[in-house]
Write a protein that binds this ligand. Structure first.
Ligand code: GH3
Ligand code: MG
Ligand code: MG
Ligand code: MG
Length: 309
């Protein structure tokens, strides 16, 4: 069995990626109708190194914010004009992508019955106002790291640190909706490594795994930060490219294929095939995936190591 020469580097880079996803600054969302309270909470948390975002008008500002951001923890006031924290927590807990986000209630409500009702929405702890900075920091510190870890476990693939199949499909659905609503440009590619069985049979399954990791890193390097990259099967990947034309997407994948040909993995090289499609008005994600799959099949049938649009 040959040992790939750049193996250590690939492993180190995957580990670094995984760590980065765990160490990105923690973002706390503060929802309180009283600006002075929100400001106090925000500065206390910022001094402890957290990033914060303040919402004082939840009726109009909260849902739009949560559509584009996933905070690491939510500090929630109970009584606010027009809506209360309990209702908000109930809505948040019904969203798959927010399931792992801890919710900390903050209120001067002292009735145990009301506090228990609020907690029954799926919140994590109830703090009484006025809260001491040390109590606030204890409550946040003890929950925020675990929330982030759970989220990574639920959304990321453990071999490559790319998005897993479930999260890839959720993100694809979001982007397709954006494309349908606002006419945003959007491309989707399905990629599959060529003759992968042969690589496993020749070099062993462990080397096959390293090839998958190597490809994941190369793919990540070729794409932009806003692109969505997921591993959806053994050696199958999805790439969702918002705000990208078919021509640009195609060039990106052709460059990647070129690089894999020029700089082989170690003493052997591997290639991939791809099916690339553009999202058009009226086409939903299932149909889009099917089109991409047909294009991928054509790329395989035409001899592999190519991208078909
Ligand atoms: P084609 O060019 O037609 O895609 O040929 P292929 O050999 O890649 O075909 P196929 O998709 O049928 O086979 C993929 C193989 O990948 C089968 C499976 O044993 C292997 N595989 C799937 N998941 C993993 C994994 O996580 N690690 C490794 N090492 N191998 C895997
Ligand atoms: Mg209030
Ligand atoms: Mg396959
Ligand atoms: Mg394959």
């Amino acid at each position: 069995i040959t040992t790939p020469v750049n193996d250590d580097q690939v492993l180190a880079e995957i580990n670094a990626l995984t760590e980065r996803y765990e160490r990105d600054p923690y973002q706390v969302l503060i929802v309180d109708d009283q600006p002075s309270v929100a400001e106090f909470l925000s500065s206390t948390l910022q001094e402890a190194g957290f990033h914060t975002h303040v919402i004082t008008k939840p009726m109009t500002e909260l849902m739009p914010y949560l559509q584009n951001h996933i905070p690491d923890l939510i500090l929630l006031d109970l009584y606010m004009p027009g809506i209360n924290g309990q209702e908000i927590a109930g809505v948040i807990r019904q969203q798959d992508n927010l399931i792992s986000v801890p919710i900390v209630f903050l209120s001067n409500e002292i009735s145990p019955k009301v506090q228990v009702q609020a907690m029954c929405t799926g919140a994590d702890v109830f703090l009484s106002k006025p809260v001491q900075p040390v109590d606030l920091l204890f409550a946040v510190e003890s929950r925020i790291r675990r929330g982030r870890m759970v989220r990574n476990l639920v959304t990321r693939d453990s071999l490559t640190a790319l998005l897993n199949r479930r999260e890839s499909m959720r993100r694809l659905q979001e982007e397709v909706l954006r494309c349908q609503r606002y006419g945003n440009k959007l491309c989707v590619a399905l990629l599959d490594l060529d003759r992968f069985k042969r690589i496993n049979d020749t070099y062993g399954h462990a080397v096959g795994d390293r090839v998958i990791k190597h490809f994941s890193l190369q793919l990540k390097d070729s794409l932009r930060d806003g692109d969505i990259i997921g591993r959806i099967g053994g050696e199958e990947f999805i790439v969702v490219l918002p705000e990208t034309t078919l021509a640009v997407a195609r060039r990106t994948f052709e460059r990647l294929a070129e690089e894999l040909r020029e700089k082989p993995f170690s003493d052997f090289s591997y290639s991939f095939s791809g099916g690339l499609v553009r999202c058009l008005p009226g086409v939903m994600e299932d149909a889009l995936l099917e089109q991409a799959d047909v294009a991928l099949y054509e790329a395989k049938a035409a001899g592999r190591d190519r991208v078909v649009c």
